[in-house]
Design a protein around this ligand. Structure first.
Ligand SMILES: Nc1nc2c(ncn2[C@@H]2O[C@H](COP(=O)(O)OP(=O)(O)OP(=O)(O)O)[C@@H](O)[C@H]2O)c(=O)[nH]1
Ligand SMILES: [Mg+2]
Length: 239
């Protein structure tokens, strides 16, 4: 609970048996997380069992993809405040308090992994990823009149329930370029969005999106096309 509001953390998970229990326990140990909701996305390992043992609610999403898993989690969460994270050891549980500190004043609080002081030594955030994430984030900021943004791909973020209900049915992306659509839909609705620095650590287990240059480029270009498509074809911002 946070200021009388219930808090759920959603973890999309595809073959994360090595790290999922530690992630659930880390976030729950903050004392403010009421529910850890793991979305098992056709894992072939013991992800679901390990998550349940650690005290998470586990649901299954059969449509494969990072976006499909996150969307299923957003639909299944019933709390007042919903936080998206990853169960691969990259995010730090105590950072939820940073997101929550802004939740009274903003509808959506996004993390940024581009703050040098908060990048851990093993973090997969070399100059190419950092510059790429920032350039795409800036495009979103300028084309949609958003707040200052420096990371288009940080899963760790918070959304208030009322804001989520306003946009959840409009989310269409099932694959890895899911996050910019969530921000654009929020900005088009005139919701209050802010970005804040969070910690970013090295990953446990195998990287599935930004672990290769090909994967990074594919996701990056998909994000750019999505942003341009929304800019060219979506209705004007709602005030
Ligand atoms: N890539 C991918 N990730 C999925 C899928 N379903 C759920 N996920 C989860 O989504 C998160 C993102 O995938 P990651 O492999 O961590 O990709 P990333 O965060 O870009 O890169 P690293 O953390 O550096 O490996 C992980 O927690 C996955 O377990 C899926 O179908 N594909
Ligand atoms: Mg990851």
């Amino acid at each position: 609970m946070w200021g009388g509001k219930t808090v759920t953390v959603v973890f999309p998970a595809y073959n994360e048996e090595e790290s999922i229990a530690a992630a659930v326990l880390d976030f729950k140990s903050t004392g403010v997380v009421d529910e850890a909701l793991v979305v098992d996305n056709n894992s072939r390992d013991r992800t679901a069992a390990r998550a349940a043992e650690a005290g998470a609610r586990v649901i299954t999403e059969n449509v494969q993809g990072y976006g499909a898993a996150l969307r299923a989690g957003l639909r299944a969460a019933t709390s007042d405040l919903i936080i998206l994270s990853e169960p691969d050891g990259t995010f730090v549980g105590r950072d939820v308090k940073k997101l929550l500190a802004y939740a009274d004043d903003f509808d959506m609080v996004c993390g940024t992994r581009t703050t040098r002081e908060l990048l851990w030594r093993q973090a997969n955030m070399g100059w190419f990823l950092r510059v790429g994430n920032t350039v795409v984030a800036k495009a979103m900021q300028w084309l949609f009149n958003g707040p200052s943004m420096s990371d288009c791909g940080c899963t760790l973020r918070l959304i208030r329930r009322e804001a989520l209900l306003d946009l959840v049915d409009q989310l269409t992306v099932t694959r890895s370029h899911f996050l910019p659509e969530m921000v654009i839909l929020a900005l088009l609705r005139g919701l209050r969005v802010i970005e804040i620095p969070i910690n970013y650590r090295g990953r446990v287990g195998q990287s599935k999106i930004t672990g290769t240059l090909a994967g990074t480029l594919k996701t990056g270009f998909a994000m750019i096309f999505l942003i341009l498509r929304y800019r060219l074809f979506s209705p004007k911002r709602r005030e």
